[in-house]
Design a protein around this ligand. Structure first.
Ligand code: MF3
Ligand code: CO
Ligand code: CO
Length: 262
């Protein structure tokens, strides 16, 4: 199903929601350090979101028990914050925040480096950011949606990374996950492709692995890990198609795109 473009009133609300989500990631940055646990990060983000008159979309979404996702090392996505998950030197962690502000969603995630991270892990994080941007930069009114995944796949293939196929980006607005699904891989067999129209809003959120692209979901029904337990990284932005390009609603107010965040 082709997505319906948003009108300018809706886009204004999406812009505000996206900015708040990005602000949450800026706010949590100094708290991501050795020895902290991911429940603490969850609670800080939760309170910040409420204080800004918004709601954390993940909380109770299809039964998800917390307000943000925290995905450490080999966790591909949907890690559940827990007191037991204590950040240690050398970890890489994705924090994924989705807020609902004035009825509209803003969805964004970034990677964080904990203490001294190996060169290999740091390069994966850097390259994953680049993969997201290369996908985003294909977008403009009239471009094909599939170009996003094509660009990300080609970039990742060159570096022998695995591109996760079990999870994708998504349209969003009043609804958290709506049409269109945004695949990060190519070719996209059996999937509808179409030209993007101005005002269409969706996320790009590639998960890139050091090893196999394959993921598996744990007993808790949420936490997805790489099958070979090698590292996985992810970044996510919420976007709108414009006449000659793309507007990123979840740009960091502090200019914190990728680590190091100084
Ligand atoms: N924020 C995630 C996304 O990018 C979705 C999380 S759903 C949850 O689409 F239930 F796990 F929170
Ligand atoms: Co998303
Ligand atoms: Co997200």
């Amino acid at each position: 199903m082709k997505p319906k473009p948003k009108n300018s009133v809706e886009l204004t609300k999406m812009r505000a929601a996206g900015q708040l989500a990005a602000q949450v990631l800026d706010f949590i940055t100094p708290h991501v350090e050795v020895g902290t646990n991911t429940l603490k990060l969850n609670d800080l983000c939760h309170d910040f979101i409420l204080k800004h008159n918004a709601t954390p979309a993940p909380l109770n979404y299809k039964g998800f028990p917390k307000s943000i996702c925290t995905s450490i090392n080999d966790v591909v996505c949907h890690g559940i914050p827990s007191e037991k998950d204590i950040l240690k030197d050398g970890d890489i962690v994705n924090i994924d925040v989705t807020v609902i502000l004035d009825g509209y969603h803003g969805d964004t995630s970034r990677m964080y480096l904990v203490g001294n991270v190996s060169d290999e892990a740091r390069k994966l994080v850097d390259d994953t950011y680049e993969a997201m941007m290369i996908g985003i930069n294909t977008i403009k009114s009239g471009s094909y949606l599939s170009e996003v995944g094509k660009a990300i796949q080609e970039y990742s293939d060159k570096r022998c990374y695995g591109v996760v196929r079990d999870f994708c980006g998504h349209g969003l607005g009043k609804v958290f996950h709506e049409s269109p699904p945004v695949l990060h891989y190519y070719p996209q067999i059996g999937c509808e492709d179409f030209r993007l129209r101005k005002g269409t809003t969706f996320t790009v959120e590639p998960m890139i692995n050091l090893g196999t692209w394959e993921a598996e979901t744990m007993e808790d029904g949420w936490t997805a890990r790489t099958k070979d337990r090698k590292l996985s990284a992810q970044f996510e932005h919420t976007l709108a198609v414009t006449e000659d390009g793309v507007e990123t609603f979840t740009e960091s107010p502090k200019g914190w795109h990728k680590p190091p965040y100084a």
